[in-house]
Design a protein around this ligand. Structure first.
Ligand code: ZN
Ligand code: ZN
Length: 86
């Protein structure tokens, strides 16, 4: 039996969720965020602003995205409080 290398491609292509693959995916996503953040610094118009996903995934900290993230976090807190109370 051949040894399978567990890395980001086994995580994404084969759907493996072993600890090695999860760790590889985590590192890959972190690098991808840094890359997207760097690309955004060069050309801010490449993404849509005013979105929580842009704040999180592209590390954009413009006023619009920060607002969206603050709103999202507040809604999430309310949602969790409501779910916890029920
Ligand atoms: Zn694996
Ligand atoms: Zn933004």
């Amino acid at each position: 039996m051949s040894a399978t290398v567990h890395n980001y491609s086994t995580y994404s292509n084969l759907g493996c969720r072993c600890p090695s693959c999860r760790e590889a995916n985590r590192k890959w996503q972190a690098r991808a965020r840094v890359r997207r953040g760097a690309a955004l610094a060069v050309d801010p118009s490449r993404v849509q602003h005013g979105r929580n996903s842009t704040y999180l995934n592209h590390l954009c900290r413009c006023a619009e995205c920060t607002d969206a993230h603050t709103l999202y976090a507040a809604r999430l807190r309310l949602h969790r409080a409501a779910a916890g109370a029920a």
